[in-house]
Design a protein around this ligand. Sequence first.
Ligand SMILES: CC(C)(COP(=O)(O)OP(=O)(O)OC[C@H]1O[C@@H](n2cnc3c(N)ncnc32)[C@H](O)[C@@H]1OP(=O)(O)O)[C@@H](O)C(=O)NCCC(=O)NCCS
Length: 213
Amino acid sequence: MLSDLALEAGASPVAHSGSADALGARSAAAECGRLYPARIADGWRDATGALVRIRPIAAADAELIRVFVHSLSVETRYLRFMAAVKQLSPQLIDRLTRLDHRRDAALIAITDDAGEDRVVGVARYALNADGRSCEFAIIVAEDWQGRGLGRHLLTLLVETAVARGLERMDGEVLAVNRTMLAFVRALGFGVSASADPATRRVHLGLDRRPAFA
Ligand SMILES: CC(C)(COP(=O)(O)OP(=O)(O)OC[C@H]1O[C@@H](n2cnc3c(N)ncnc32)[C@H](O)[C@@H]1OP(=O)(O)O)[C@@H](O)C(=O)NCCC(=O)NCCS
């Protein structure tokens, strides 16, 4: 899993170009859209027909992300960030929303909740220093888990990485996170030991079409 708390501490090698600032918001969104599979714009519906809109994350999503993370249970926050975090600092939220989409990728899933936008999932990856592999993370709101949204988001993320010519997608998952380990196994990832006995490395070769696409 992408270690966002390490990232906050400045340990990430990921570049921060600020290109989205330089472009107008509209042209940035248009440029951004071209970097992702077109079918993202179709959104996704669960078995009841409830619509989820999906698009690349943007700096303007900072408040939505703050509310989303704050709404999660202590356990879910721990599983996602691998640390006991109550809320994210403004600096980390900025890093998670203001991406260089030519290098990294992040998709945000949004529903309509009584006329208000509500985040129900985020899937992201950061390009590794080798330029050929990436480190991913995913989260789905508790009341949306088990409905297929995670599968759809991760499928879109894998398609994005494949389209950009990446060779491998990696992640780090807490060993106690049985749900995530079952989830990635179901989607074709391998699971192996990590240097830290509290975590597992998960990995997917992208040189073939993923079985779940
Ligand atoms: C892991 C997570 C992203 C899965 O998302 P989700 O939307 O609930 O998953 P889906 O409904 O798309 O499930 C896809 C497949 O994963 C497997 N799966 C999902 N939840 C499972 C569970 N609790 N137990 C066993 N298998 C499970 C199943 O094979 C499922 O396919 P099926 O429904 O056809 O059986 C979600 O549980 C989550 O956000 N967890 C908390 C945050 C976290 O741990 N993130 C990982 C750190 S990077």
